[in-house]
Design a protein around this ligand. Structure first.
Ligand SMILES: Cc1cc2nc3c(=O)[nH]c(=O)nc-3n(C[C@H](O)[C@H](O)[C@H](O)COP(=O)(O)OP(=O)(O)OC[C@H]3O[C@@H](n4cnc5c(N)ncnc54)[C@H](O)[C@@H]3O)c2cc1C
Length: 319
């Protein structure tokens, strides 16, 4: 028994993993180890949020990627034999977790949305399958039991000031043959929809690319961001991939989600299931989106949206 380990590339996801990792560690009666990219100052922060030990990964040269850390972390795991290792499910985090799992010859369940400790400290992991139509329960028979966790699956840990813990520097990894040649910032059409308090999603009910302007105007008036379904990014290419919501895209958790010309297939609905209020505008009264909605308008979006915009402007919501 040598601990529950967590790793995340950023503080937000570290705090989420500290919460679930801390729960699992206390149930097993073991320590919680947080592996971080950072310095000693940050280490104390994570101890305050529940880590018993913080292991610092050394800074790497500019041409090295996160994957260079895989051999160091895998070597530590071979020596320490952790019970559980949770990795934040970012794109790079998932790659790192897969390489580590393969070096350790253990299993890895990706995108787990529920974790529970069963008999003999076996981790029962749940993940969505078949595009969100089913839930798969996974138990790993090898050690460590590894899982990647999507952002905002768990609440962040709470701070308990005055905690003491161990800080340790991990060795510098060997130079990775994978070299980073250049970094380029991604050009976004809008803000990050995962952070938006209001998301107005457009689906295949929209007829032309130009018509998205009125959806964008609605999103602007509501102080939110525009999102979309998979066909709008993949078939029509009217909006970029980083605005697509769903099981194979981004998950949003806004206060308000409005689906316009969206049928409400499970693969899309899974991406906004934690929205506080869901509204739908669809001309088909039997569209499945209405089952997932708090409020629904059955009508043609080309009639409803202009009227909605006019009313919002009249009420002073628009500048
Ligand atoms: C493995 C897998 C993963 C997938 N992952 C995702 C994912 O992550 N995200 C995602 O979005 N999809 C995903 N999909 C696709 C998903 O199954 C649906 O096909 C998709 O969500 C449907 O998009 P839509 O609602 O825009 O289009 P449609 O299903 O074609 O619905 C269009 C809706 O618009 C309505 N409409 C038409 N005209 C008007 C009008 N004038 N006014 C009002 N309403 C109108 C129609 O009544 C209809 O309900 C995935 C599929 C698979 C198989």
């Amino acid at each position: 028994m040598s601990g529950v380990w967590i790793f995340a590339e950023n503080r937000e996801q570290s705090l989420e993993l500290l919460n679930i990792g801390g729960e699992l560690a206390s149930q097993i009666g073991t320590k919680l180890v947080n592996i971080i990219l950072g310095d000693n100052g940050q280490a104390q922060d994570y101890i305050d949020y529940g880590a018993d030990e913080v292991w610092l990964l050394p800074a790497l040269g500019p041409d090295q990627t996160l994957l260079a850390y895989a051999p160091v972390i895998a070597d530590e795991a071979k020596q320490e034999d952790p019970d559980i290792f949770l990795v934040a499910g970012t794109l790079r985090g998932k790659e790192l977790a897969a390489i580590i799992a393969s070096s350790l010859d253990t299993g890895l369940a990706s995108d787990c949305t529920f974790l529970k400790l069963g008999a003999d400290n076996k981790l029962e992991m749940e993940r969505l399958i078949f595009g969100g139509a089913g839930i798969q329960k996974v138990v790993c028979s090898t050690r460590p039991q590894m899982a990647t966790i999507p952002a905002r699956t768990f609440e962040p840990a709470e701070m308990k000031a005055g905690r003491e813990g161990i800080k340790r520097e991990l060795p510098t990894p060997p130079l990775s043959p994978l070299k980073l040649l250049a970094r380029q910032n991604r050009v976004r059409e809008s803000g990050d929809i995962r952070e938006a308090q209001a998301v107005v999603a457009v689906g295949r009910g929209i007829e032309k690319k130009e018509d998205i302007d009125m959806i964008r105007e609605l999103a602007d008036i509501l102080g939110g961001e525009i999102g979309c379904t998979r066909p709008i990014t993949e078939e029509k290419h009217w909006l970029p991939e980083d605005l697509c919501i769903g099981i194979s895209a981004l998950e949003v958790k806004p206060q308000l989600y409005i689906g316009i010309g969206v049928s409400g297939q499970i693969q899309h609905v899974a991406g906004f299931r934690d929205a506080r209020i869901v509204c739908a505008i669809n001309k088909d009264e039997n569209a499945p989106i209405f089952e997932a909605s708090d409020y629904g308008i059955v009508g043609d979006l080309y009639e409803v949206i202009p009227r909605l915009l006019a009313e919002l402007k009249k009420s002073g919501r628009a500048n």
